[in-house]
Design a binder for this molecule. Structure first.
Ligand code: GLU
Length: 444
């Protein structure tokens, strides 16, 4: 197979959510696996709703996920290509002007509904006489333009769904150009896919009907059709479709909560599969787990709790080599021993800061039983300390005080860390060291 060229084509009318991330990642990982190219294309022909700020935000979100486009293009800068394609379609008799107003179309649809007919555009504009057209123009009406569909079934082999088809005989001829001359999504998308040599179009299954129409456009404009794959969509835990407008699971908000991008990425891609609970450290590994033809066909529920759990597991197993630069950036000098001691007790990376303060101080010891702590201080071994020191020390404190279990351990934990719960003291004690431990046991 030649190298694939794929694209992710958000309209920058809001920030992207986890469902969009699913589309972006399925494309990106597909391209990486096949040594291909990933294009980021902003579908910003809707000039009123698209903004540069949203586009920049989307780029930031993708960078956070680890998705790096090989090429970025903006449809707003490519209108002349769409004009050329529209002209070609007119020349072929496949793009025709229509003068109906929204109201007129609406009335027509109601009449169809009353007669139990589907609300399909009746192609009345094709029967318009030159005089009628002149009259509309004289009234100042501007035409919108529809693509004349071939009334036949369009079939393709879908990368996800297998054999698929759309019956174009039951569709309205789609409007490609609005009365104000601006383009709807359908044509520019095909024109750009052709111009950029896109080989595979992987997108949500909400686009299946568009695919029927767009395959006809590919056929007439390029004589060849890319391969399509339509993945299932994500919903909220209660089954609602994700909405950019409502800000469901926006990547920006997930990032702000300090979530690991790999937790978001792997759940976005693997949600609904048995692999979804497994922490995955790199996009490369994630890519190796994806098989488009094995994606579930049903909508998949994206659940906060699952994401939280996955994030924690990812941190609990994170190698020191991965954590080290981030620890350094936070000014944490505890090295591998510190990371291994605390990683199992955090559900956000930043929480290591709290444990670093506890190890390194200053911190507030909780001293509840002065006499006992004094005895414990007396038994504190000399340094050097190791992973055995805690057992040695508590063994001799037990022997001198007669305490055991929680009565023995809890006052020591409270004095040394100020908290009832935390990493194993066996690992923390050598990090705290004798000087700080002494100070804390004496703090009365
Ligand atoms: N702008 C379209 C969307 O966001 C792109 C669909 C496609 O991938 O062709 O839904």
């Amino acid at each position: 197979m030649t190298s694939p060229i794929v694209r992710f084509a958000p309209s920058p009318t809001g920030r992207i959510h986890i469902g969009n991330a699913r589309t972006a990642l399925l494309n990106y990982l597909f391209a990486r696996k096949g040594n291909g190219q990933f294009i980021l294309r902003y579908d910003d022909t809707d000039l009123e709703r698209s903004t540069r700020a949203f586009a920049d935000g989307i780029a930031e979100d993708l960078t956070w996920l680890g998705v790096h486009p090989d090429l970025t293009i903006r449809q707003s800068e490519r209108v002349s290509l769409y004009d050329e394609a529209a002209e070609r379609l007119r020349g072929m008799g496949r793009l025709y002007p229509c003068y109906e107003t929204e109201d007129e179309l609406d009335r027509r649809r109601k009449r169809q509904a009353a007669r139990n007919l589907p609300p399909v555009y009746d192609r009345a504009a094709l029967k318009m006489t030159p005089e009628e057209r002149e009259r509309f123009e004289a009234e100042g009406r501007k035409p919108h333009w529809r693509f004349l569909l071939d009334h036949r079934s369009v079939a393709w082999h879908d990368l996800v769904r297998g054999p698929a088809h759309v019956d174009c005989a039951s569709l309205s001829d789609p409007v490609l150009i609005r009365a104000d001359g601006s383009y709807l999504y359908t044509l520019p998308s095909v024109v750009d896919d052709i111009a950029t040599g896109v080989t595979h179009i992987i997108r949500g299954e909400d686009h299946v009907t568009n695919t029927g129409v767009q395959i006809q456009l590919f056929e007439v404009l390029a004589g060849r059709v890319p391969i399509f794959g339509h993945h299932n969509l994500l919903t909220t835990a209660s089954g609602e479709g994700l909405s950019k407008r409502l800000g469901h699971f926006s990547l920006g908000s997930l990032r702000e909560t300090g979530l690991e991008p790999m937790a978001a990425a792997s759940l976005a891609v693997l949600v609904g599969s048995s692999e979804a609970i497994r922490p995955i450290a790199t996009l490369e590994e994630l890519g190796s787990l994806i098989q488009l033809d094995r994606l579930s066909r049903a909508p998949a529920k994206f659940d906060d709790h699952e994401l939280e759990g996955l994030n924690a597991r990812l941190l609990h197993g994170m190698d020191y080599g991965v954590a080290a630069p981030r620890l350094t950036a936070m000014g944490i000098a505890g090295g591998e021993a510190f990371w291994l001691a605390v990683r199992g007790n955090i559900s956000r990376f930043d929480a290591v800061g709290q444990w670093w303060n506890i190890v390194n101080g200053p911190m507030e010891p909780v001293v509840e039983d002065g006499a006992f702590l004094e005895a414990a201080l007396g038994a504190l071994p000399e340094e050097p300390w190791s992973g055995e020191t805690w057992a040695e020390w508590t063994g001799s404190v037990k022997a001198t005080t007669g305490r055991k279990g929680k009565d023995l351990f809890m006052p020591l934990r409270l004095a040394l860390t100020g908290l009832e719960h935390g990493p194993e003291l066996k690992a923390l004690l050598p990090l705290i060291g004798r000087a700080r431990a002494t100070e804390r046991l004496k703090a009365r």
